[in-house]
Design a protein. Structure first.
Lengths: 414, 66
């Protein structure tokens, strides 16, 4: 990317968003020797923590919420960053180069990293109620865990990664669980019908019920013990708890009027640069592929770290072009699905090693005569080997990448 | 340079194996990290540092000699 503008901040950096992307940006800045002022702004009161376990081990009790911190509290002093936790950014003044927080604090910067992530998408037909749960934050997860421990009859709206993970966790806890989705198989958008069918049959075997191919028309949740979920075919489901897992919305409201963001996120170039001295990382970044020009958002845990690092290095003038790993995973009870690359709807997914009957297999996606993605089902070591092949297939030059590999933006996954 | 891992944190992503095959391997069954050696072979220091840096579970630590 010759001729691209670079930045080289020396004075002060504000990182907005204290998740994996924001923390990685701070760590990278310090690791690269940046000695200026750093402010890390987070909407939540917690130290940066790891989000993928929220829909998995936190719900089942396998991980305590306090164990999710990405960096122990004792290791913060060496980062020498001013933490503004529980104090969300509410405005950005590009002319004064200043971030304003809810408390009124105004933080000036010459370098800025936007990493505010996403929030749970709401459904207009679902009322706010104590019996309706969304899952995005640690506090959401702790609340949901408490509710699930009472073993309510649970209806999960949405059969993407998050919905299926929550459904399986609820089932493990002994809940009666039904998953509803307008598409005919779970995780259809992510992996297509073959894998979707395998997912459904496996979890049906655990007692999870699926109501697929039918949308939700209305939810009545009036705080009585029984909420009612109305489906498009006229039937109803009665639930003690309704969990809504229907994707996400970029948290960009605070950037309104700045020209940096639209409803889809914050567009940036291959170096995560949105504007002069302004970079973007993690779930909100609409990243531009330097080869294809395609713009995409990756809601993956690995991507948060990769873009956080890329943004920080480029703030310091390193000229780093992002090589996304496009790796993601989903833990569903004792099932671990790992994936890398892309699974386009035009592709063909085939089993290449093992078999669903053994609950271990590798599947590969092929499109236009080349391998575009690999999926491992309870086969982590074999998956790593297949994944290396996908990485080679997707690197036209055959060049080595620090983050081997390519995948499509998925709904909610690790 | 030495390398240390915390298998109980590992989530079997395999990132480290892809980056530094001379140092890391995975258990065949659960994919959890295995060390081929605790002493990083000369020339693999940078790759090992990269593996530690990008590990999504932060389960790898490098310790510089001396």
């Amino acid at each position: 990317v010759t001729g691209a503008v670079t930045d080289a901040v020396t004075d002060s950096v504000v990182v907005v968003g204290a998740g994996a992307a924001g923390l990685t940006a701070v760590e990278t800045l310090r690791g690269a020797g940046f000695s200026g002022r750093i402010d890390l702004v987070g909407a939540e009161p917690h130290l940066p923590y790891d989000r993928p376990p929220l829909s998995k081990q936190v719900l089942t009790g396998g991980r305590a919420p306090e164990d999710l911190v990405l960096r122990p509290a004792a290791d913060y002093p060496e980062l020498d960053a001013r933490l503004h936790l529980g104090d969300p950014a509410v405005a950005l003044d590009r002319t004064r180069r200043e971030v304003v927080c809810a408390s009124g604090a105004a933080l000036s910067f010459d370098g800025l990293v936007l990493a505010t992530g996403v929030g749970a998408r709401r459904l207009s037909q679902v009322p706010d109620s104590a019996d309706v749960a969304y899952l995005r934050t640690l506090d959401d997860a702790v609340r949901l865990r408490r509710r699930l421990a009472e073993r309510p009859r649970t209806v999960v709206i949405g059969a993407g990664f998050l919905g299926v993970e929550v459904a399986v966790a609820a089932r493990q806890l002994g809940c009666d669980v039904t998953v509803v989705d307008p598409l005919p198989e779970p995780m259809l958008r992510q992996f297509g019908p073959l894998i979707g069918g395998v997912v459904r049959r496996r979890h049906e075997g655990l007692g999870v019920r699926f109501r697929l191919g039918v949308g939700v028309t209305a939810v009545v949740a009036d705080g009585s013990a029984s909420s009612v979920v109305g489906l498009a075919d006229g039937s109803v489901l009665v639930a003690g708890l309704v969990v809504v897992a229907v994707g996400s919305t970029p948290s960009v409201d605070w950037l309104a009027g700045t020209g940096l963001a639209d409803a889809g996120g914050v567009p940036c170039d291959a170096r995560c640069r949105a504007d002069e001295g302004i970079y973007v990382a993690g779930d909100i970044a609409v990243w531009t592929d330097p080869v294809s020009g395609v713009r995409q958002r990756f809601e993956h845990r690995m991507n948060a770290s990769e873009q956080g690092r890329c943004a920080a290095l480029n703030l310091l003038g390193e000229g780093e072009v992002l090589r996304p790993s496009r790796y993601f995973w989903s833990d569903q009870g004792d099932l671990r699905i790992q994936a890398a690359g892309e699974f386009p709807t035009t592709g063909t997914v085939e089993l290449v090693d093992g078999h669903p009957d053994d609950d271990r297999f590798i599947a590969v996606c092929t499109a236009d005569g080349r391998m575009t993605g690999a999926l491992g089902w309870n086969s982590p070591r074999r998956f790593t080997r297949w994944r290396a092949q996908v990485g080679e297939a997707l690197e036209p030059s055959g060049g080595a990448s620090a983050f081997p590999l390519p995948c499509e933006q998925t709904e909610k996954s690790a | 340079m030495r390398v240390e891992v915390e298998p109980e944190k590992c989530i079997a992503s395999g990132q480290c194996v892809l980056i530094a095959q001379s140092v890391f391997d995975q258990d065949e069954d659960d994919g959890i990290v295995l060390l081929k050696t605790e002493d990083v072979p000369p020339g693999d220091e940078e790759a090992t540092r990269d593996a530690a840096r990008i590990c999504p579970a932060r389960a790898i630590r490098t310790v510089d000699a001396g």
